[in-house]
Design a protein around this ligand. Structure first.
Ligand SMILES: Nc1ncnc2c1ncn2[C@@H]1O[C@H](COP(=O)(O)OP(=O)(O)OP(=O)(O)O)[C@@H](O)[C@H]1O
Ligand SMILES: [Mg+2]
Length: 367
């Protein structure tokens, strides 16, 4: 038996009539990993999860759990458990009865049920709350009961479909940290569906970014954010400037020309681009700086890319301020500068400025 991966999808397709919900997806999820499926509404996250759980069958392709092909095996015969977005606790039952429900059905001995319920409650830090009814608990506590109910079955893999979706922002952030800590503690493989990129970055060991049923990139949070593979990923994760360019050279150095004719170097180019192609230079707003024209070095290094512009908008967002700069060709760049207020005069609307960045941080992507 090949048990190298907790869950493996090989070239999985799911079609509903004309809709291709999941389009040739292959994934390899390691044992004990916190793995997220991230993407916009309708991209196929839930469908992927439901196929792993056995609630849907792939149109083609195969799903393996710990090396075993699942085929038509029904959900209750798979070593997985699912926590759905709308976790339905039974309102008339106590917390303990809710958690015990599955085990009662399977006729697990009474004393073992008791022990495992207590264990599960301790795991989600709700020891002693077994006698309450769900409505006597906060939203976050109810969510943790739903988790306890899934964990009590000791699944090898836990599938979670937007489990924090119903919670307010503050509780959601607190639960993200708790859930991640819990996952590390129990060592169960988590496959976590979310459309919230910050949530995925905060919690995951690795993330698969999906759109229209296709996986665009799989990687750890830092590589997804710092090295987006294509324009979709760069745009979906965080904020990105896309500056229209034309490819001038791809080796030995990557050089592109802006619409103003100015040439700048870049650190990386997407595969499949050729000299002469139209493309976009992609760079994060926090990777840029603003210089006054008089601060511009006489002979800037090759690594220092720069363009002239004028400050047109300032939006104060607490820790930093978003500066919109319009370039000579009318295109706009957003630059985020930290509000450290150390020796820096704030920029004012209408000021001439020079936007600079380290060329290594710029990525050339297909349009
Ligand atoms: N049972 C079904 N019958 C027909 N189409 C379906 C069915 N289930 C899902 N779809 C379609 O498949 C696509 C993917 O749906 P899915 O629920 O997997 O998206 P999702 O990424 O989970 O989105 P959301 O973030 O909104 O939950 C959508 O276009 C959806 O309309
Ligand atoms: Mg969904």
């Amino acid at each position: 038996m090949n048990d190298a991966y907790a869950v493996e999808l090989r070239d999985v397709v799911k079609q509903f009539g004309d809709v291709i919900a999941v389009n040739h997806v292959s994934l390899q999820i390691k044992d004990g990993e916190f793995f997220s499926l991230l993407g916009p509404s309708g991209c196929g996250k839930t469908t992927t999860l439901r196929m792993i759980a056995g609630f849907e069958m792939p149109t083609s392709g195969a799903i393996f759990i710990h090396g075993e092909q699942q085929g038509y095996r029904p959900p209750n015969k798979r070593p997985v458990n699912t926590v759905f977005q709308n976790y339905a606790l039974f309102p008339h039952m106590t917390v303990a009865e809710n958690i015990a429900f599955g085990m009662e059905m399977r006729q697990v001995p009474k004393d073992e049920i008791q022990r495992r319920v207590d264990e599960a409650l301790a795991m989600v830090r709700l020891a002693g709350m077994g006698n309450r009814k769900p409505k006597q608990l906060s939203g976050g506590q109810q969510q943790r009961i739903a988790l306890a109910r899934a964990l009590v079955n000791r699944p090898e893999v836990l599938l979670l479909d937007e489990p924090l979706g119903a919670l307010d922002l503050k509780l959601r952030k607190a639960m993200q940290i708790e859930l991640k800590a819990l996952q590390e503690e129990v060592g169960i493989t988590f496959i976590y569906v979310t459309h919230d990129q910050e949530e995925a970055l905060t919690m995951s060991d690795r993330i698969a970014v999906m759109n229209n049923g296709v996986v665009h990139q799989v990687g750890d949070p830092e590589s997804i954010y710092e090295h987006p593979a294509d324009r979709f990923v760069a745009d979906f994760i965080g904020e990105t400037n896309f500056i229209p360019v034309r490819v001038v050279s791809l080796s030995p150095e990557i050089v592109v020309a802006l619409d103003t004719g100015q040439q700048v170097v870049a650190g990386w180019a997407e595969e499949g681009l050729s000299v002469g192609d139209k493309a976009v230079l992609s760079i994060r707003p926090e990777k840029m700086d603003l210089l006054e024209p008089k601060e511009m070095p006489k002979s800037p290094s090759q690594q220092m890319a720069y363009v002239k512009g004028k400050v047109t908008h300032l939006v104060y967002v607490g820790a930093d301020t978003r500066h919109t700069v319009v370039l000579g060709d009318g295109s706009e760049i957003v630059v985020r500068l930290q509000n450290s207020y150390i020796g820096e005069e704030p920029w004012e609307i209408g000021e001439e400025t020079i936007v600079t960045w380290n060329a290594a941080h710029a990525r050339i992507l297909k349009e």
